[in-house]
Design a protein around this ligand. Structure first.
Ligand SMILES: Nc1ncnc2c1ncn2[C@@H]1O[C@H](COP(=O)(O)OP(=O)(O)OP(=O)(O)O)[C@@H](O)[C@H]1O
Ligand SMILES: [Mg+2]
Length: 267
């Protein structure tokens, strides 16, 4: 059986439950299904508001689903599990803690903040190039640096699954490319499986083994695309035919690029 199995997941937000009695319930996900293997990096690509964050929160056990099932490593997910790391769009670091103590925070919660944890935190911070900033406070760091700290914090307890929700969406393009390469390296080192939500077709193709494309809300999977690129990856890949062809296939699945056959017949 696959490491991650997401089957017929449906999520309806009952707005009256949160006091919005005048509004209809929102169907955020409708029959979303896909699978992934251990160690795979899967990009979840879809239009804004289609339900990607909702799906990630369900996989992370942070919110309930209305129907369907989510199993990770053979276990049905109904509540948050210790085996996960989360990275959100905003780094949300604790401003009063320095870099090292922010990274070690999950180990404090897990009551495993020992010498080995500290060694691994230092190793991760070195990997992301922040060894020189261990005692800096978040406000002394750039946005990209803060997001690197958030990445280390998500990895410090050695999760088997990393859930990333547009983690690099707020960064400039150059920093984003650097972060993409960093994530590929970290993923190679840690062997963690990754679900990576993004709006960016090229980021999805560059990073992933597989791109899962979602429809407009309520989200369903419209296409799963295997990415025909090997490892190690580098920025030059972006200019290869394999890369641009995969981007095109994803663009067609999203409905923002006309299918090649229609374009030919229109000329
Ligand atoms: N807690 C909530 N209560 C009510 N409705 C919600 C809640 N969270 C999300 N929704 C609704 O569910 C739908 C999907 O939201 P979601 O945040 O999953 O989209 P998304 O694909 O992540 O969008 P984006 O790409 O803009 O981040 C939206 O219509 C949103 O309004
Ligand atoms: Mg979202």
């Amino acid at each position: 059986m696959a490491f991650g199995v997401i089957k017929h997941v449906r999520k309806v937000f009952q707005l009256e439950e949160i006091g919005w009695t005048a509004l209809e319930p929102v169907v955020a996900l409708d029959d979303a299904s896909f699978q992934f293997e251990a160690g795979e990096l899967v990009a979840l690509l879809g239009p804004s508001g289609c339900g990607k964050t909702t799906l990630l929160r369900i996989v992370g056990g942070l919110i309930s689903k209305t129907a369907g099932s989510v199993a990770i490593a053979g276990r049905e997910i109904t509540k948050p599990m210790g085996d996960y790391g989360f990275v959100f769009q905003a780094p949300s670091l604790m401003p009063w803690r320095n870099v090292l103590d922010n990274v070690l925070f999950p180990m404090e919660i897990l009551k495993r903040n020992d010498a080995a944890a500290r060694r691994y935190a230092l190793e991760l911070l070195q990997l992301v190039g922040l060894s020189g900033f261990l005692s800096a406070r978040p406000h002394q760091l750039s946005g990209g640096m803060q997001q690197r700290v958030a990445l280390c914090r998500a990895l410090v307890h050695r999760p088997r699954l990393l859930l990333m929700d547009e983690p690099f969406g707020a960064l400039d393009e150059l920093t984003r490319m650097e972060m993409n390469d960093l994530l590929l390296r970290i993923r190679h080192e840690t062997k963690a499986s990754v679900l990576f939500v993004t709006h960016s077709i090229s980021e999805a193709v560059y990073l992933s083994d597989k791109v899962v494309v979602f429809s407009q809300r309520p989200a369903r999977v419209v296409k799963e695309i295997s990415v025909p690129l090997g490892y190690p990856r580098g920025q030059k890949l972006r200019f290869t035919t394999a890369f641009t062809t995969t981007e095109r296939i994803a663009g067609e699945a999203l409905g923002i690029v006309a299918p090649a056959s229609e374009e030919a017949s229109a000329q």
